[in-house]
Design a protein around this ligand. Structure first.
Ligand code: SLL
Length: 152
């Protein structure tokens, strides 16, 4: 599995959360105010699974089994809760890529930055999204990783 000197490959992805207020709708726990999903996704719905092996999401300790491992797409976790916190996201690549895992942090956002939009109160049923664009950069990829990207 030789490495390709002088070659660099970038692949776009995005990660983050989308949260919906429950507005009194029943949750598993009466304290919970929001339903949310934290995710890692390819741009334009590109499939990541041909080079991403699994994604581990580390939730706040108030959650049961806070370490959530997702081994196939969609690489996401959905939960309900009441509070915002930092989620550690560790992205593992297939062993054939010989790439180390990539770690990113996401602040789960349940509440909008502003209470209003142009003077109108923020709609109570509107989801709050916090998504960030990023890129994986593979420097001197293995030949096998390079071939994989040629085919996709
Ligand atoms: C805060 N520092 O105080 C943060 C902690 C934790 C959020 C937020 C628990 C859900 C459950 C939940 O929503 N934790 O009951 O499992 O705002």
């Amino acid at each position: 599995n030789k490495r390709m000197k002088g070659v660099s490959i970038a692949r776009p992805f995005y990660y983050g959360s989308i949260a919906y207020p429950l507005n009194g709708k029943k949750a598993s726990d009466a304290d919970h105010t929001h339903k949310w999903t934290v995710m890692v996704k390819g741009l334009n719905n590109e499939d990541l699974s041909y080079y991403v092996k699994k994604v581990v999401f580390k939730l706040h300790e108030t959650y049961p089994n806070p370490l959530r491992t997702v081994e196939s797409p969609p690489f996401e976790v959905s939960e309900t809760g009441w509070g915002e916190f930092e989620i550690m996201i560790k992205i593992h690549f297939h062993s054939s890529t010989a790439e180390k895992p990539v770690m990113v942090y996401h602040h789960l956002r349940l509440h909008p930055y502003e209470d209003d939009i142009n003077g109108q109160p923020w709609p109570k049923d509107k989801p709050v999204m916090s998504l960030l664009y990023d890129e994986f950069v593979f420097n001197e990829p293995t030949e096998s990783l390079y071939q994989t990207f040629q085919q996709h």
